[in-house]
Design a protein around this ligand. Structure first.
Ligand code: ADP
Ligand code: ZN
Length: 536
């Protein structure tokens, strides 16, 4: 039996390695550098813990684990100690005497693993400690967890991670392993460069989570939709409900509780004791629904989360994948359920547009948002699209809403062209851009006060789309935004009043020329509306 398999049995009590664990452990134990991309719940921790133990036994000294989350450090160190492994952490929760003690244990070679936050690692004091170990050949391995935090493109960017590249130079020859569950091509490239791991071996696991069923629907009445979903599929089961803002977290948690669901709020604006108390209850009790912003979840290892619901659209596919990945870590059936609407798209766009970032950066963020929107609008297999985003090819999965209930589609190409020409004509006529409501009024032939004020009832496109319902046009607009044929622009008036307008996007041309088709999901309500009007 190899020594790593022996450690797996003896220390951790597990039968066998999972997936690529064995290869990773062998490679790193032998002193190689590695970048490990593995979905949440895949078993990343053992990939550095076993090499740490193996290398300590071989006389190479201590492994330093850089981890961004204090809660995660505590859990891992607790579990390791229980398994009889000498582990400790250095972070702001320790008082001075405790800190000195851990530093002393480190210096004297009593530890196998030392966990520390990135900002701690980069202090002169900590580096001096590492220098001492390195000089004596007692720095066995550097492990960098949640490595995607180095990427500015991601949603967990931590500036201190950028400095970790210094470790590569300062401790040349000490093997390094970086691990993450986020892995689109851009993030991957960022990690390799940002951590100076270009020569590291890549270990990429499949990102498929076959037990998770994906489901996305149009947002109509968020609370009622969520309550129905919970009552029908997951009554009294543990779940996480992600919301866009703190205020919405509060409102949603209260509304769920009023409806008899055991729901607790969690966001970064709450007092930390209360936040911690809610997290503890979520972990310990059965059937708690955590209503949270994305501040909640990283490092949470609760195996029986049966559903993750998004009542607002996340920022990008990585975020969506990571958040939904917290469901079903025990491998049993779980649901990833999301509702989204046009307003979500507009809000996300605005946050990008109004951000401080450089234009080049904003373009990347917009592209990422569009990719998520395309996933949400998709009428074919969602898993296939999700995996394709991470560079994996697969067939239809049979376990997502679109596979299980192939949606009826309608051809929205004509409606799309009418909307786009209206945006164009309105701008041509007045030199101004207008909001969605106004544009839809024109297309549908509704002579509102505002339409008359601007004389827009005289436009050639006025009333051309009278046959379409407002809901259908909204769906077409979402698709146009996803395709990049229309764009949201925020206009700020001198009075300080601001509103969102629509302009033509780069892809508008091919649609107007009839080179591209717009296929839309036929929502059941729209379908009903149509058949009724046909009968009338
Ligand atoms: P990740 O960090 O990739 O999200 P973890 O390292 O927390 O995943 O592992 C997820 C769960 O799977 C943990 O409860 C862990 O103990 C368990 N696990 C990992 N590897 C194995 C294995 N080879 N055999 C059995 N259980 C494992
Ligand atoms: Zn599918």
């Amino acid at each position: 039996m190899s020594s790593s398999l022996y450690i797996l049995h003896e220390v951790f009590g597990y039968e066998a390695f999972r997936g690529p664990q064995a290869d990773i452990v062998e490679h790193v134990s032998a002193g190689g550098d590695a970048l490990v991309l593995m979905p949440t719940g895949g078993g990343k921790s053992l990939c550095y813990q076993i090499p740490a133990i193996a290398r300590q036994r071989a006389g190479c000294g201590i492994t330093v684990v850089v981890s961004p989350l204090i809660a995660l450090m505590h859990d891992q160190v607790g579990a390791l100690r229980e398994a009889g492994v000498a582990a400790a952490f250095l972070n702001s929760t320790l008082d001075w005497p405790q800190t000195l003690k851990v530093e002393q244990q480190t210096a004297e070679g009593e530890l196998t693993l030392l966990y520390a936050a990135p900002e701690r690692v980069m202090t002169e004091r900590f580096l001096a400690l590492l220098d001492g170990l390195h000089a004596r050949g007692q720095l066995a391995l550097l492990a960098i967890d949640e490595a995607h935090c180095v990427s500015q493109w991601g949603h967990d960017f931590r500036p201190e991670y950028r400095q970790l590249a210094l470790l590569a130079e300062r401790y040349a020859g000490v093997p390094r392993i970086a691990l993450t569950a986020t892995a689109d091509a851009l993030t991957r490239a960022d990690i390799l460069e940002g951590l100076q791991l270009q020569a590291a071996r890549l270990f990429i696991s499949s990102f498929d989570r076959p037990n998770i069923r994906y489901h996305v629907e149009e947002k109509k009445e968020p609370l009622a939709q969520l309550l129905r979903f919970i009552a029908q599929e997951h009554a009294h089961e543990a779940g996480i409900v992600y919301c866009q803002s703190r205020r919405r977290v509060e409102e949603m948690a209260r509304a769920l509780a009023d409806a008899g669901v055991q729901a607790l709020p969690y966001h970064a604006g709450m007092p930390s004791e209360l936040r911690q108390a809610h997290q503890d209850r979520f972990l310990r009790e059965d059937g708690i629904v955590m209503v949270a912003t994305i501040a909640f979840g990283m490092g949470i290892d609760k195996p029986d989360v049966r559903f993750v619901a998004h009542v607002d659209m996340p920022r990008n596919i990585e975020g969506y994948y990571q958040e939904t990945g917290r469901a079903g870590r025990d491998g049993l059936a779980a649901d990833a359920w999301m509702i989204y609407g046009l307003q979500d798209v507009v809000n996300q766009r605005r946050m990008i547009d109004e951000g401080e970032a450089a234009e080049e950066f904003k373009a990347v963020l917009r592209g990422k948002l569009d990719a998520l929107l395309a996933l949400a609008e998709a009428t074919d297999c969602r898993r296939q699209r999700l995996l394709a985003y991470f560079g994996e090819t697969s067939g239809p999965c049979g376990n997502c809403d679109n596979c299980l209930h192939p949606p009826a589609v309608w051809d929205g190409t004509d409606a799309a062209r009418k909307l786009l020409s209206t945006i164009y004509r309105v701008h041509q006529a007045s030199g101004l851009s207008f909001g969605m409501g106004h544009l839809m009024d024109i297309v549908r032939g509704q002579a509102s006060d505002k339409v008359r004020q601007f004389g827009h009832e005289g436009l050639s496109t006025f009333g051309l789309g009278a046959a379409y319902s407002e809901r259908q046009l909204r769906a077409v607009l979402r698709q146009l935004l996803a395709l990049g044929a229309a764009e949201v622009r925020r206009v700020v008036l001198d009075s300080g009043h601001a509103f969102d307008t629509l302009t033509l996007g780069a892809q508008a041309r091919s649609l107007l020329r009839g080179e591209q088709q717009v296929l839309l999901r036929q929502s059941s309500a729209a379908a009903r509306g149509k058949s009724r009007s046909r009968r009338a």
